[in-house]
Design a protein around this ligand. Structure first.
Ligand SMILES: [Zn+2]
Length: 224
């Protein structure tokens, strides 16, 4: 017998301690295993059975305004803490977010995470990753222009990160990143760039990524 899960079944309150101001607070997190991935868009935006994990992935300290993706919320160097205190906290306006995050609130939190990442002089790859997720959230609002603005930022940042930074970038290895650059370039109508970044994936990947790359190749060829 199948039961229908709702967001409240798979979300729980996770406690964080802010590395900047030491404030302890809770933010909703997702119980892994209960939220199956069903499918994904061409650029690997995964669609889940119950809840979009990206909605809950940007963690904001409600006290000082420091914000980061959950994956590296606690990882700050002393100089970065100083920069956040000097440049983020004075401008931070406290606001209340609903317990269950709307797409619009998730976009606001990701934009705050982007600000914190820029102020802490975080990796280009991290900023590109945040921009990619903002683009995906705009996709769910059918806000095409905003989606394109952030896809452009994401693709430029991911290209730069591939050249200058270490991978993996969170859960993305270099080949998967090349595939995403190719898929976004295709979406943006830049078929030359799409081909350039796909060739490496076609030669070096296997399994599902290879299948996706072959499929994308067909789609690109229709525009050549
Ligand atoms: Zn804080």
């Amino acid at each position: 017998m199948s039961t229908t899960l709702t967001p409240s079944d798979i979300l729980y309150d996770k406690t964080y301690e802010c590395p900047v101001c030491y404030n302890k607070f809770t933010s909703k997190a997702i119980r892994t295993g209960k939220n199956q991935a069903l499918s994904s868009d061409i650029d690997l935006y995964a669609r889940y059975a119950v809840i979009n994990p990206i909605l809950y992935d940007a963690i904001l300290c409600p006290n000082c305004g420091y914000c980061s993706l959950s994956k590296n919320f606690s990882t700050l160097l002393p100089t970065q803490i100083k920069w956040i205190k000097e440049q983020v906290t004075p401008k931070y306006k406290k606001r209340n977010f609903d317990t269950y995050t709307s797409i619009n609130d998730a976009i606001i939190k990701h934009q705050l995470a982007l600000v914190s990442s820029i102020i802490k002089k975080g990796k280009i790859g991290e900023q590109a990753y945040i921009c990619l997720h903002i683009a995906w959230l705009y996709r769910d609002l059918n806000a095409l222009n905003q989606e394109k603005i952030y896809l452009n930022k994401a693709v430029n940042g991911l290209k730069q990160a591939l050249e200058t930074e270490n991978f993996p970038l969170f859960n993305l290895d270099a080949l998967t990143t090349s595939y995403i650059i190719s898929a976004i370039s295709y979406t943006l109508g830049d078929y030359t760039n799409a081909k350039t970044y796909l060739s490496d994936v076609l030669y070096n990947s296997n399994g599902k990524l290879k299948d996706r790359a072959l499929n994308l190749k067909e789609m690109i060829l229709e525009h050549s």
